[in-house]
Design a protein around this ligand. Structure first.
Ligand SMILES: C[S@@+](CC[C@H](N)C(=O)[O-])C[C@H]1O[C@@H](n2cnc3c(N)ncnc32)[C@H](O)[C@@H]1O
Length: 240
């Protein structure tokens, strides 16, 4: 029998502790705020019911940063992707309670989603905050920020669009800097080494808080997709 080829995933699906409220949110609110399975190729204006600049956050955890961005930028659409059901339930509750009608959630692996469901060049801003560090050498192939995924991220950005990554693992920060430097379309926004100072508008997430308690440092990296000066350049969130 042929061996079954399993892709290397950047996550392990763990149910974890899900509260009844998160479970109810997952069961009842995905219809309203989830990304439907059809059509295969997503039209973002149709998904959000309006054309607007769009943020994509990958691996939003419990969704603090995404909800904060949505509160601060009602004129933007925000699309979040996360595999961890309790975190998705938590964000769905926040969206519902605060009537954040401009947020949509995909509760599955970001990799095939980006590869097959999003048309290239539609996203103005991508956030990947504290992706799983997979610190053991033998697990590092699971890290999300690898050349192939960086190619997918770059493909989604409009010219002028911004990719913002953060990590609290120094060797992952170095890997991120290397991977981003390998994409000729991406221009690092820092004029002083690969990292930028922690932007004050980036909310303190659970993982960052945990890292701080453990005495970890934090590295933020920010790149802009080169523009050709033509039409369709990305939007800036107000205050950036
Ligand atoms: C270390 S946590 C950080 C969560 C959050 N960004 C924060 O700062 O608190 C990384 C998250 O990425 C999610 N994740 C990992 N790989 C993913 C993938 N391929 N697609 C979607 N989510 C993913 C995990 O489920 C986890 O919640």
């Amino acid at each position: 029998m042929q061996p079954i080829h399993r892709p290397v995933r950047s996550f392990v699906r763990r149910q974890g502790r899900i509260t009844p409220a998160q479970e109810r949110a997952f069961a009842n609110l995905m219809d309203r705020h989830g990304v439907p399975a059809e059509p295969e190729q997503i039209d973002l204006a149709e998904l959000f019911g309006r054309a607007a600049p769009t943020l994509l956050e990958i691996g939003f955890g419990t969704g603090e940063a995404l909800a904060e961005f949505a509160r601060a930028h009602p004129d933007w659409n925000a699309l979040g992707i996360e595999v961890h059901q309790p975190g998705v339930g938590r964000l769905l509750n926040a969206i519902d309670q605060e009537a954040l009608a401009h947020v949509r959630v995909h509760a599955d692996d970001a990799v095939p989603f980006l590869a097959t469901r999003l048309r290239p060049g539609q996203i103005d801003r991508i956030h990947v905050f504290f992706p799983d560090p997979w610190p053991k050498k033998r697990h590092q192939k699971r890290r999300l920020i690898q050349p192939a995924f960086a190619a997918l991220l770059t493909r989604q950005l409009r010219p002028g669009g911004v990719l913002h990554l953060a990590t609290d693992w120094e060797d992952y920060a170095l890997q991120m800097a290397d991977v981003l430097a390998g994409r000729p379309e991406l221009i690092n926004t820092s004029s002083d080494g690969p990292y930028i100072p922690r932007p004050p508008e980036r909310p303190l997430t659970r993982f960052e808080q945990r890292g701080r308690r453990l005495g970890h440092g934090v590295w933020d990296l920010c790149c802009r997709r080169a523009t050709d000066g033509g039409e369709g350049a990305a939007h800036e969130p107000a205050g950036d």
